[in-house]
Each structure stands twice: as C-alpha cells, then as structure tokens.
Design a binder for this molecule. Structure first.
Ligand code: TMP
Ligand code: ASP
Length: 239
C-alpha cells in the first residue's frame, strides 16, 4: 500500500490517503507536543517507538474482541489503518487522580478513583480541549446517545484489558485518552494508544514513565517510553 495525498497533519502524526478508499496510512513523527501544541519538541526515535507500541496494544485489544482501526505495520514509522469518520471527542478514563482532574478539584495526585471515572473532552486545540458531556455532544450532532454509550463501554473495556497488562510489567495505568470513529456505521477505536496519551507510573517508586516527563521537563522521555515497551515485551529491534 502506497501513500497518496497528505490528508491531515496532526501534532504527532501525519495522515495520508491510499489507493483504497477504506484505508489510510498514519506516519508517527518524532514531534512531541503538550499543552495543546504550545510546547513542541523533536524527540529522536519517539515516532518509531510509539508506532511499534501502538501496534502491540491494538493487537492486544483486538485479541480481547475490541474493534480497532489497526491493519498492519508498514515501515518503522508507518501503519495501515481503516479510514474512520472521526468523532471529535476524547474519551478519558482515570484509575488514579492526576493532571486536569487534580487541578480542577484540588485533590491529591495518586488518589485512587473507584470505580474508574469517565470524562469527555471536545477535541479542539484552539479552545484547549474543553470538557463536555454527552448532552452537548448529542445536541451538537457529534454523535448519537447510543454511539456515546458504546464509546464509554469500550473505553472501560480497554481499561479492563490494559490495567492487568501494565500491572504485569510493574506499572500503574493512571489514566488514558481514546478516540473513536465510524467505519461503515460501526464505532471503532482509532488514533493511537502510546505513552503520549496515557499516564503510567512505576508501581513501587511511582516514577512517571509517560508524556508527563515531557510536560514537566523531567528528562529521559524516550528512554522512559522504551522502558515501558521493554517491560511489556514489545519488540523494538531495528528501530
Ligand atoms: P488530563 O489530565 O490532561 O485531562 O489528561 C488525562 C489523560 O488523557 C492523560 O493521560 C493525557 C490524555 N489526554 C491526551 O492525550 N490528549 C488530550 O487532548 C487530553 C485532553 C488528554
Ligand atoms: N490536550 C493536550 C495537547 O493536545 C494533551 C497533552 O498535554 O498532551 O497537547
């Protein structure tokens, strides 16, 4: 499968059309961005590591019966995916408090959230990805109530698959963000799952192993992503 027209350039990935109307090629770039694009840096090899990592996770989710857009890896930084009609909301599940939840509610980082919370954010950098709810999403025709219910159920299902996976690697899955789209009228998981879009802490030391290392200038960002991949057994050879 070959890259045709560049369709869209995101903050960390570029999206190309292919000869198939039902498929796209995503290119994972080394660009690393935070704070809605206000902080951007190139981190060598980050794109390739995230491409491999995402493929590994998407395969685990598919094995658990969750429909995803992932088709196959093409090159170290390229992946073939189904072409989805994306729904412009971000689904966030949290197992422990961190980030915007702590800022909003003044609670301590690491506070357990039982059962895990579910939040929706409107995907719009210019507005700073504001928090929304199902009612707003339905009234603005972003998705139907049924589709949103399905996205919530799938996000919790992804959490149930990934918490034990990371736990086995000595990590806490603190929170993560998913994006969904429609493929021939069916809700399918799109975008990516990588340390760019989740929080992972070492179980013993609570060392941060995710993009908070970049947001908070903690250093060794790519080294942490590599450590996460190695702990899960993701094959990073040839990168
Ligand atoms: P938050 O604490 O900033 O709301 O983020 C919760 C989790 O979702 C965190 O792992 C980062 C991820 N996330 C993104 O990757 N992109 C986004 O645009 C948002 C809102 C969250
Ligand atoms: N919404 C934020 C961004 O787009 C998430 C982050 O800080 O990673 O950059």
């Amino acid at each position: 499968m070959q890259k045709n027209k560049l369709l869209y350039t995101g903050k960390a990935k570029s999206v190309y059309e292919t000869d198939s109307v039902d498929h796209l090629i995503l290119v994972f770039r080394d660009d690393t961005s935070a704070f809605d694009g206000k902080k951007v840096e190139q981190l060598a090899r980050k794109g390739r590591i995230n491409n491999r990592f995402n493929a590994f996770i998407m395969q685990k989710l598919a094995d658990a019966g969750i429909k995803t857009h992932f088709e196959r890896l093409l090159t170290p930084d390229e992946v073939l995916v189904k072409r989805l009609n994306m729904i412009p909301v971000e689904c966030v599940v949290r197992n422990f408090a961190a980030g915007s939840l702590c800022r909003r509610l003044g609670i301590e980082e690491g506070t357990p959230l039982t059962p895990p919370t579910f939040e929706l954010f409107y995907k719009d950098d210019a507005l700073g990805d504001p928090m929304v709810n199902e009612s707003i999403a339905v009234s603005l025709n972003w998705a139907t109530a049924e589709q949103l219910a399905k996205m919530q159920q799938l996000t919790h299902q992804v959490n149930a698959v990934l918490v034990p996976l990371f736990d086995a690697g000595g990590m806490m899955l603190v929170d993560f963000k998913l994006e969904f789209g429609l493929f021939h009228h069916e809700i399918v998981l799109g975008d990516e799952f990588s340390p760019d879009g989740c929080r992972l802490w070492d179980k013993q030391t609570r060392k941060k192993l995710d993009k908070d290392r970049f947001r908070q200038d903690l250093g060794d960002v790519v080294e942490a992503y590599e450590e996460v991949a190695q702990r899960l057994g993701v094959d990073l050879t040839d990168l």
